[in-house]
Design a protein around this ligand. Structure first.
Ligand code: GLV
Ligand code: MN
Ligand code: MN
Length: 412
C-alpha cells in the first residue's frame, strides 16, 4: 500500500515519530544525533519512504533520502531535520519531513513525467543539541563538513566518530557530497513564533533567515571558602558570569526588533553551597537580521564581558563554535509559494525567520525557500508545541504544489 493511500494523517505520523525519544518518562521529545531514539526515527522514516514508493537510501552521515526520478537528474530537494532539542516538541523538523514524504508519495502515485527530479530528505541533525555543531546533515550534503569535525565530543566525552560507528555509519565517508544535482531546496516548517496565528494567516513565506552564532564561554576565577573569604578578595566566577548573562539580555532588549541574544546553558563547576564558585561555563546564542548588526553586537558583547572580567579579576575564554550568516530566500521561489497558496485560496504573509534552519545552509549555495504554517501560541522547543490539523494539511498542499511547479522547471 502506498504511503499516500493509507488513512493515516500528518498528525498520526507526527505522533508515531514523537515516540522515538530518549526519555519516555518525560513529556517532551528528545532525539539527539546518533542516539538509539534517533536511529529508531530514521528507520521509521525509511520504512515510510518505502511505503510511499520513494526508493529510500541512507547517506554517509545518516540523512535518509527518498526520490521521484524525473526526466533529468536536476533535483528539487525538500525535507527538514529529524533531531530535536532536549525536551522539545513533536513538530519542529519532523513536520517538514512527513509532509515532504506525503507530497512526493502523492506525486509518484500519479505516474506523471516531470522534467526535474524531486527528493525528500530527513536531515540527520540541525539543532546542535548533542555535539558543538549545527546543521550537520545539510552541511554534509553541501560538502561543508571535514574529517576533523569527527573529534568533536558530546557532554559525556563521546566523539562524533564513535557515535557514528555506534549507528553502523562509516565516519570516513563524510566528505562525500552529492549536492551537484540539487537545483533548489524548499523547506516546510512550523513558524515557531506568533505572527501567523495572531493574524489568522495560514501560510508564511520566509523573506530572510536571521544569521546566528553560538559561543562557549569559560570564566575562570578562584574558588574560596564561603564563610572566611572577604568579598573584596574574591574572584567569583558566578557573580561575574551573572553580570555577563544580564549584559546579554540588556543588549538584546535594546535591539529586539532586529536581533536577539540568549544564555541557554550555565554550569558551575564543582558547585557547592559553601564555596565561592571558581569556574563557570555558559553558552551565548546571538542572532540578527543582518550580519553587520550581528558582528557589531558580538563585538559589543565581547567588550562588555572583558570589562566584567577585569572588574571581578576572572579570566575569560570565548570559543565561537558555530555561525551561519543571515540568508535571504530566493525571490522566484517565494513568488512560486505565493502562487501555490493562491491556487488553494490561502492567504500568505511575508516574514523573517528568527529561528535557524537547514534552509540557511542550502540558501548560501542553491535557490532556497521556506513555507511556514502557524504555531499555536508561538510555542516551540517546548513540549506543548502545536499546529492544528487544518494548518498542517494546508502546508502540505502548498508544498506539493510548489514542488510540482519547481519540478516543471517553472523557475530558473
Ligand atoms: C533551531 O531551531 C534554532 O533556531 O536554534
Ligand atoms: Mn529547533
Ligand atoms: Mn527546526
Amino acid at each position: 500500500m502506498l504511503f499516500s493511500e493509507t488513512s493515516r494523517t500528518i498528525e498520526n505520523y507526527l505522533w508515531e515519530l514523537s515516540r522515538c525519544t530518549e526519555f519516555y518518562e518525560r513529556h517532551g521529545v528528545t532525539r539527539r544525533l546518533y542516539t538509539t531514539a534517533w536511529q529508531k526515527a530514521q528507520s521509521m522514516i525509511f520504512d515510510w519512504m518505502c511505503e510511499a514508493d520513494l526508493d529510500p537510501w541512507i547517506d554517509a552521515v545518516g540523512n535518509v533520502h527518498g526520490r521521484v526520478q524525473g526526466s533529468s537528474d536536476q533535483t528539487i530537494l525538500t525535507g527538514s531535520h529529524v533531531d530535536t532539542v532536549v525536551d522539545g516538541g513533536a513538530y519542529d523538523g519532523a513536520y517538514g519531513i512527513i509532509a515532504g514524504i506525503m507530497a512526493l508519495g502523492e506525486i509518484k502515485s500519479r505516474q506523471i513525467s516531470l522534467p526535474r527530479s524531486l527528493e525528500v530528505v530527513a536531515l540527520c541533525e540541525e539543532e546542535g543539541s548533542r555535539f558543538p555543531m549545527t546543521c550537520w546533515g545539510s552541511r554534509a550534503l553541501l560538502g561543508q563538513v571535514a574529517l576533523e569535525n569527527l573529534s568533536l565530543q558530546d557532554a559525556d566525552g563521546v566523539s562524533v566518530k564513535e557515535a557514528m560507528r555506534s549507528c553502523g555509519l562509516d565516519p570516513h565517508h563524510i566528505e562525500w557530497a552529492p549536492s551537484c544535482y540539487y537545483t533548489g531546496f524548499i523547506e516546510l516548517h512550523v513558524e515557531q513564533a506568533l505572527q501567523l496565528e495572531s493574524l489568522h494567516c495560514p501560510i508564511g513565506v520566509v523573506d530572510t533567515i536571521f544569521g546566528q552564532e553560538r559561543w562557549n564561554v569559560s570564566i575562570v576565577g578562584e574558588s574560596a571558602h564561603a564563610g572566611t573569604s572577604r568579598l573584596a578578595n574574591r574572584h567569583d566566577a558566578l557573580v561575574a558570569s551573572s553580570e555577563m548573562v544580564l549584559g546579554t539580555y540588556r543588549l538584546a532588549q535594546q535591539h529586539e526588533e532586529k536581533a536577539i541574544g540568549t544564555v541557554g546553558r550555565l554550569q558551575v563547576h564543582n558547585g557547592t553551597s559553601n564555596c565561592v564558585p571558581g569556574q563557570v561555563n555558559f553558552t551565548v546564542d546571538l542572532r540578527a537580521q543582518s550580519d553587520l548588526l550581528r558582528e557589531a553586537l558580538a563585538s559589543e558583547l565581547r567588550g562588555l564581558f572583558k570589562d566584567c572580567g577585569r572588574r571581578y579579576g576572572v579570566g575569560i575564554a570565548i570559543d565561537q563554535y558555530s555561525s551561519a550568516n543571515a540568508v535571504p530566500m530566493h525571490l522566484e521561489l517565494q513568488n512560486l509559494i505565493q502562487k501555490s497558496a493562491k491556487t488553494h485560496h490561502l492567504d500568505t504573509l511575508l516574514l523573517d525567520s528568527r529561528a535557524g534552519h537547514d534552509a540557511q545552509i542550502f540558501g548560501t549555495t542553491i535557490p532556497t525557500a521556506m513555507i511556514f504554517v502557524p504555531s499555536h501560541q508561538g510555542l516551540s522547543h517546548h513540549v506543548n508545541e502545536f499546529t492544528n490539523a487544518e494548518d498542517l494539511m494546508n502546508g502540505e498542499k502548498v508544498l506539493r504544489d510548489v514542488l510540482e511547479r519547481a519540478a516543471n522547471a517553472m523557475f530558473s
